[in-house]
Every structure is written in structure tokens, then in C-alpha cells.
Design a protein around this ligand. Structure first.
Ligand code: DLL
Length: 443
């Protein structure tokens, strides 16, 4: 065991041997589980069986892992079309929990868990916490929203499985978050990175120095955030800012997590089998090549997902990780296939604007991108907040800051876009996922 557990830190630090399994053994386990889950979905989900029948496929066609590519994809509209319970593969009496993710329009998508599925999820989240160096005895403040959103309960069960002490505070009420952090001696906080920015700002206003608290880690996810944002958070708060990835359709948070190397997210691939495909053709791509991330759940029985297209763009990293874990990593998700927009012929992703902005001295990471259509052409305005100190500066200094931000964005995008400085607090603060892009093009 000790040979397997290279990042064993203390007697309280739980380590899952499966994270360090030999690759061949892991592939065997995956194939075994994949066969069982495809047979389960085929037997119990009419939608999946019909798709297989159209292709004259049966579960027996899966003989090796690469045969998975024969099977049809599942996409978000499949969940919408079968709303609410059409993709469930277990009888209602075995389903102990429902979650839902609100789409931008219409009905939410609904996901379901058996008791054993909840254990799978807690196990993945527990391994994520362990990878961040957290353990029994640590106090984890969970500021992800509790409710239909998977963030709150997902992190909660994982932290309990770890044996840590959970503060189930949920999102919002920032002054109280800071008070609890201080009075209870919180060691780690779970929330969206944009909400933590707000906590940092408010702590500053309250005269509380986060660097003097026992807080040592932030578990940030549910929305994209850049390395520049990580540097900003770590420098301002003195904590280590770790990335956590997940999506409701697959389980919720805990599909993948960084380790202390902070260099890519390990996928808990004994439960969630990753593939990268070409988003245009659907063809599988080899490790190391960027494309759309697709997951098959290997051990979830209430609602198995076969080849679910996440729309998230990343790469499976082929190199081994210095932490010793053998489960593969993906690069941090900077963009989704559907959040790109085209400005004067150039493809733009919101994360490019964020990294450019944060290279500018004096700029703060409170920003919004407003998209408008003028005379048939898409226009983009970047609204950036300034600090109260900068706001009270001379006009010439504000103009200089604005020009420096515009130049930094131009260096990344190769086109000049309009930058508008706005007064402190003009951009709404988020308690969950931040709304970075305001799309007024359809108006
Ligand atoms: O956001 C689950 C979650 C909760 C993950 C708490 C991490 C922490 P959904 O609401 O279904 O589930 O949204 C899933 O959010 O497909 C990504 O586009 C995006 N996303 C989630 N985590 C990250 C991340 C939860 N770390 C969608 N980096 C996913 C970038 C992320 N994008």
C-alpha cells in the first residue's frame, strides 16, 4: 500500500488505491464496468435501446474499450426530450435523490441517483478532497448552493465521507460566511471562483485579512476560471486555489479534480470514462489532442449516461502526473463549444478576455462582456469595474487604464474592442455561477 500512496501525508490522509492503479488493471476494470452499464442501459432505457437498434447494435458488440465508439452519443436535448424521467434506468422505488439543472430556456434537465449512486458520487468527491490535501480534522465550509443544484449536496457528502467537519452554509450571506470562516477556523472553502472574489472583496471592506485565518484551500468550480484568476486569488487570500470539475448529467461536482500539482484535473475514471472527440465529425481523438469531452458513467445505475457530449473543450493529458496518480488528467476547461462568438471574423471565448484583463496592473476581475448586433455585425463591449481608489483618480489616469486594458485584449484577440470602465459595484456580484456574457444580439 505505501508504495501505491506516494502523496500519503499523515495518518489522517485517506488515499484511494484506485487512483494509483496500474493502467492495464484500470482498463480491465473499465471494460468490465462498461459492459455491465451498457447492458443495463440497453435493458432499461428505451431511448438508448432504440438508438442501438437503429444501428443493429447490441451490448455484445462491446469487446474492447475502443468499441465504445460504435455506440450512439447522448446529448442535452435527449434529456430535454425525455423530460422528466424518460432516461431513468431504475424503478422509482430505488431512486433516493433527484437533482435538476436549470437551462437558460424552458424545463430543467433532471438527474437521478440510487443509494449506491450516491455512494459512487461521495467516493469521487472524497477522493477530490483528499487530492487537495484535505483530511479528517479539517473544517470545510461548503458555500455551493444546496438544493436542486448538485454543488451543495455533492461537496457535502464527499466532505463527510472524508471524515472532515462540514459547515453546510450554502451560498450567499457573505458577511456571515466571513464570520463563520473566522470564528470556526475554516480550513477550506467550496464555492464558485466568482463568489470567492466577492468574499475576498467583502473581507477587505470588513477589515479582515484572509491571510491571517486558518483557511488554506479553495475548491472552486462550476464555471470556467483562468490561471490568471487563480494567481489573483492566491496572491490576495494566501490560500491554494484548486479546480473542481463536474456536470449534473454525469454526477455533479467530482468528475475531475486537481491534485496539489495544480496541473490538470484527474478524472475519476473508474467511475467516469472520458473520451475526446472532434466536435464537428464526432470522431474519437487520441490523448493529447484537443476536442470535446465525452463521458460514459461506469457505475451509476439510476441514470446511466452513455457517451454524453459535454460541449466542454479540453485535452486528455498523456503525460504521467508528478503526484503519482495514474488516473488520467484533462486540461482545465477554458471554454465550451457553444460559448464562442465571432467578432469581425475572429473567434472569441470569454476566458481569453479574462486572462488579458488580469495582466493589466490596476484592473480588477469584475467584468462583463456585452454582445450587440449593429448593422448585422456582432459588436463586443467589455465592461470592467475599477476600485474606489482608481475611481477617484484623475480622468487621465482612468483613460490610461482603459487604454492599457484595450491594448492587452487586442494582444490576445488581435482586434480592438471597446472597453468601458464602470464604477465600483456596477457589475452584479454572483453567489453561484457568474454571468460573464450579456447577449443582447437577439433584442
Ligand atoms: O456546475 C457541477 C459542479 C458543482 C461542478 C460545483 C463543480 C463544482 P452543472 O450546473 O450541470 O454542474 O454545470 C456543468 O459547468 O459542463 C462546464 O461547462 C461548467 N463547469 C463545471 N465545472 C467547471 C470547471 C455543475 N471547473 C457545466 N471549469 C460543465 C470550467 C466548469 N467549467
Amino acid at each position: 500500500m505505501s508504495e501505491l500512496c506516494r502523496d500519503f501525508e499523515s495518518e489522517f490522509h485517506p488515499v484511494s488505491a484506485i487512483d494509483y492503479l496500474q493502467s492495464e488493471r484500470l482498463r480491465e476494470l473499465q471494460l468490465h464496468r462498461l459492459g455491465a452499464i451498457i447492458a443495463h442501459a440497453y435493458a432499461n432505457v428505451e431511448h438508448f435501446r432504440a438508438r442501438c437498434d437503429e444501428r443493429s447494435l447490441t451490448p455484445s458488440h462491446l469487446k474492447q474499450l475502443s468499441d465504445l465508439a460504435l455506440f450512439p452519443f447522448t446529448v442535452k436535448t435527449d434529456l430535454r426530450d425525455t423530460y422528466p424521467f424518460g432516461l431513468f434506468a431504475a424503478p422509482m422505488k430505488d431512486i433516493v435523490r433527484l437533482h435538476a439543472s436549470s437551462g437558460t430556456t424552458g424545463k430543467p434537465i433532471v438527474v437521478a441517483y440510487t443509494k449506491a449512486d450516491i455512494d459512487v458520487w461521495s467516493n469521487a468527491m472524497m477522493r477530490a478532497f483528499a487530492a487537495y490535501g484535505l483530511h479528517q480534522g479539517d473544517i470545510i465550509q461548503n458555500a455551493y448552493g444546496y438544493g436542486l443544484f448538485t454543488g451543495g449536496l455533492g461537496a457535502h457528502y464527499g466532505a463527510e465521507a472524508l471524515g472532515a467537519t462540514v459547515i453546510p452554509v450554502s451560498g450567499g450571506n457573505t458577511d456571515r460566511q466571513i464570520m463563520l470562516m473566522k470564528d470556526f477556523g475554516t480550513n477550506a472553502i467550496c464555492c464558485t471562483p466568482s463568489y470567492f472574489l466577492h468574499i475576498m472583496e467583502r473581507a477587505n471592506e470588513m477589515g479582515i485579512d484572509l491571510k491571517e485565518l486558518p483557511l488554506r484551500a479553495g475548491i472552486f468550480g462550476a464555471e470556467p476560471w483562468t490561471d490568471a484568476m487563480r494567481d489573483h486569488i492566491e496572491a490576495g487570500s494566501g490560500i491554494k486555489a484548486y479546480d473542481i470539475y463536474g456536470l449534473s448529467e454525469i454526477v455533479g461536482p467530482g468528475v475531475g479534480a486537481e491534485c496539489r500539482e495544480q496541473n490538470g484535473l484527474h478524472i475519476f475514471e473508474d467511475h467516469f470514462y472520458p473520451e475526446i472527440i472532434d466536435p464537428e465529425t464526432g470522431e474519437p481523438l487520441p490523448d493529447g489532442v484537443e476536442g470535446e469531452l465525452v463521458f460514459t458513467t461506469l457505475s451509476k445505475y439510476a441514470m446511466p449516461m452513455i457517451r454524453y457530449r459535454t460541449r466542454d473543450i479540453t485535452t486528455i493529458m498523456p503525460e504521467p502526473c508528478a503526484c503519482g496518480r495514474t488516473i488520467r488528467r484533462i486540461r482545465r476547461i477554458g471554454r465550451r463549444a457553444d460559448d464562442m462568438f465571432i467578432i469581425r471574423g475572429i473567434n472569441v471565448f470569454p476566458s481569453q478576455v479574462e486572462s488579458a484583463l488580469l495582466t493589466v496592473e490596476g484592473a480588477v476581475p469584475h467584468y462583463q462582456i456585452v454582445l450587440r448586433r449593429e448593422k448585422g455585425l456582432d459588436q463586443m463591449v467589455v465592461r470592467v469595474e475599477v476600485t474606489p481608489e482608481v475611481f477617484s483618480d484623475r480622468v487621465s489616469e482612468l483613460e490610461s487604464l482603459q487604454a492599457r486594458i484595450a491594448a492587452a485584449i487586442e494582444r490576445v484577440l488581435t482586434i480592438r474592442v471597446e472597453v468601458r470602465l464602470v464604477e465600483p459595484n456596477a457589475i452584479p456580484r454572483s453567489e453561484g455561477k457568474a454571468k460573464r456574457v450579456i447577449d443582447e444580439r437577439a433584442k
